[in-house]
Design a protein. Structure first.
Length: 518
């Protein structure tokens, strides 16, 4: 029986690696991914099955834009929530980071494990580091270190029961999956266009989902000017428009254009061009020149700014498994800030019961279409919702084909309470059938918090009874703890039996930290 390309490669002990992003590499990747279905059927539902999860928390995004995010290197720590997979007694985890993680942070997560001692969990945990704090993505750093790749492979006991879990998937993650010879729980990078701002709008429209009036696949500054002029011509009362780079992250690729006193005349194009110098760019310290250089590299969209006296920014989190089954995992109400509320600051879970069921239905339509196109793994769909005449209207904004700011909070809740979200009722229940809510944020920030070590934070939280309590299944979990001392920044997930109580935990965190650092 003739061997497959992948089997031949592994038979020769990986002596010859295919060229990155080559046809040969793509073929091998496809064969590896095709085997994932069998692994998923055999072991994923079995909590006692032996399995290995290789976690690569790399933010493989545009590095120039990413550097504008304070403490972006420590965002790798958000995926430490996956250490709670060690509650399954035969699961092994290999966690790789750019720089080593403080032992006290690891101990904090292992302490949360229900029914498993820290020692038993630590025996099944391998922590590896590139010892590289540069601004390049973690995955690129790993690919530059053949010895590190060999160490990872040595800790994978059985390739047939191992897989990669990444924050997002690009051609670099595909190359790493091929080098390790294990499947990746994420979409083929060839499908990434579906998750761009342009691809999202086109897919929404094909599914009959409402989107703001706008234009996709813009390539340069001149295209943007034409789009802005056309939007104003179609709606003379339009006051604002949003320009978005296709692969922007967390709102950092957005810019807001205000029409001001521009009127629809024969000089509309020129008027828009002259006004463009006043563009309000969301990312700090990004000039108009740099912004449009990035725009020409990645392309983007321009769409009408959605106005409304009563507005919300809900999102739906979805998953497509290797069997192509779709699932609505959660809904959130996002808290946005910055210029015209373009930046993600935090989120309430679940989304408001006024519309959580409706956006979940829209999420199912989009998920089913993405499954047909071969998408795999977790992703989210963002909306802008406006209430008019006591009725909500939802505008789909974008698809994020990756994990995001609402992924790790929900995973923490699910792992700690062994519960589930019912998308048909918009409610979350613990294993004991109690409702739970949370507020989560990656942006608890103050100059006064600088200098606090992870140990300081744990001592403060313990003294003030902020730590998550497994008996009541309420309290606070911290993340991004490594960023605290240098940047005065950390993240929280505040769980309560009501939405109001979850917010009270958040307010207590702020009050306590401000008091301790005053």
């Amino acid at each position: 029986m003739e061997q497959s390309i992948a089997e031949k490669k592994f038979f020769y002990n990986d002596v010859i690696d295919p060229l990155p992003d080559s046809l040969n590499e793509r073929q091998i990747f496809t064969e590896i991914q095709n085997k994932f279905r069998k692994q998923f059927e055999l072991s994923f539902a079995d909590k006692l099955a032996a399995k290995t999860v290789v976690i690569i928390p790399s933010l493989t995004l545009d590095q120039q834009m990413l550097r504008k995010m304070r403490g972006h290197l420590y965002y790798e720590e958000r995926m430490l929530c996956l250490l709670l997979l060690l509650r399954m007694p035969r699961t092994r985890i290999i966690f790789i980071t750019s720089i080593p993680i403080a032992p006290s942070i690891i101990d904090y997560y292992l302490h949360l494990l229900p029914g498993i001692t820290g020692y038993h969990a630590s025996e099944r945990l391998t922590l590896l580091s590139c010892y590289d704090a540069s601004a390049r993505s973690l995955t690129e750093k790993i690919l530059e270190r053949p010895r590190l790749i060999e160490k990872i492979k040595q800790h994978i006991h059985d390739k047939d029961s191992a897989h990669l879990s990444c924050f997002n998937v690009t051609k670099f993650e595909r190359t790493l999956a091929v080098k390790l010879g294990i499947p990746l729980y994420g979409s083929d990078p060839d499908l990434l266009y579906l998750g761009t701002k342009s691809g999202s709008r086109k897919l929404f429209k094909s599914c009959g989902i409402t989107v703001p009036n706008g234009y996709e696949d813009l390539k340069n500054r001149e295209d943007v000017i034409h789009a802005l002029a056309n939007l104003k011509q179609q709606n003379p009362s339009l006051r604002k428009a949003v320009i978005k780079i296709n692969e922007g992250f967390g709102g950092e690729g957005n810019a807001v254009f205000e029409y001001g006193d521009i009127e629809v005349t024969d000089m509309l194009f020129e008027a828009v061009e002259n006004k463009l110098s006043g563009l309000k760019i969301v990312a700090p310290d990004v000039t108009e020149k740099l912004y449009f250089e990035k725009f020409e590299t990645m392309g983007g969209i321009a769409e009408a700014f959605v106005e409304g006296d009563i507005k919300a920014s809900p999102s739906v989190q979805c998953r497509i498994n290797p069997l192509r089954q779709t699932e609505i995992i959660s809904t959130h109400d996002q808290l946005l800030g910055g210029i015209d509320k373009q930046i993600f600051l935090g989120a309430f879970f679940p989304a408001s019961d006024e519309y959580s069921i409706d956006i979940a239905k829209a999420g199912r339509v989009v998920s089913d279409e993405l499954a047909l196109q071969g998408v795999l793994g977790r992703f989210s769909i963002d909306f802008i919702s406006v209430k008019e005449n006591n009725k909500w209207k939802h505008y789909a904004i974008e698809i994020n084909l990756r994990k995001g700011g609402t992924t790790h909070p929900y995973l923490m809740l699910q792992f700690l309470t062994d519960g589930f979200y019912n998308a048909y009722t918009g409610e979350y229940f613990t294993a004991s059938r109690d409702k739970r809510f949370y507020f989560a944020s990656d942006n608890v920030t103050s100059e006064r918090y600088k200098g606090l070590t992870p140990q300081d934070l744990i001592e403060i939280a313990t003294f003030h009874s902020l730590m998550y309590d497994g008996t009541t299944q309420e309290g606070v979990m911290f993340h991004l703890v490594g960023a605290l001392s240098q940047y005065g920044k950390l993240g929280v997930v505040c769980i309560g039996r009501t939405r109001e109580r979850a917010w009270q935990f958040y307010e207590k965190v702020i009050t306590v930290l401000d008091y301790e650092c005053s």
